[in-house]
Design a binder for this molecule. Sequence first.
Ligand code: NGS
Length: 289
Amino acid sequence: QSTTPSKKTTTAGPTKLKLCEPELLVGAVYCNKTVPQMQEVVEQLSSDYDGLVKKGGAFTPTGCIAKNKLAIIIPYRNRSQHLRIFLRHMHPIMQRQMHDYRIFVVEQAGNYSFNRAQLINIGFLEALKISDYQCFVFHDVDHILENDQNDYGCPESPKLLGVSVDRFNRRFPYQKYFGGVGAFSKDQFEKMNGYSNLFWGWGGEDDDAYNRIRAAGYSLTRPRANIGRYMMLKEHHFRDKPGGNRYMLLKTSTKRMYTDGLNSVKYKVLKITEFPLFTHILAKLFEEL
Ligand code: NGS
């Protein structure tokens, strides 16, 4: 038994910490697209004098109280180069925005068709087991933010953060577009029962989410194009094939929304690991045969 005396804690009376206000934002940010080793990124982000990322990719501002707790959730499989660029780029920006946040990487185990929407639902549910997050950003790993004024905090109404993307030649793809990067409050996401679990393979799940957002009584908000600016990293890997039944499913979005979503997703968490710069959740989905 160790008999080390417990550390004395200093109680400085009632502390008057103010709510955090981001004061160090710079606007347009440069993105370094060279692919680093993970260890280099870890060293870089842990040597910064006050920008220390805690194990699991978490950060809490000091000297002020963050407005909310934010979970950034990345649906993921086989994009390790993108992930390293993303982490190097995003941690400092989230810190300048003064969020109390954690980055979750939710990886689909196995080789079955990708199901981005289920990974998003799983990320939401599993994050809430770790802490009481009030704000959620669901983020494709290949989207790299180009303006640090694009706030990742809780939106008033569901918000599409990625508005002006280089891959789309900076044009907004279509009115109902909801791909890439989206922000919700916990309540908003629960009210629409998350995303549908039925979209296997590429495409459609975001259009379905748009339909749910509207049916739950919200309007989709977006930042101005110069703020909601992203560049997209190029894929070096196999891209999943389009889901065959996605157009059919889109016809029944609102009929299904209260029975197909957060309240019906079936999965098994195989492993949760706190890496230095992110929390990794490896999940097995129940594949549709
Ligand atoms: C639509 C897809 C969306 C997708 C969007 C942009 O056609 O899921 O293209 O795709 N809808 C359907 O397939 C029904 S992108 O150019 O980013 O690959 O988000």
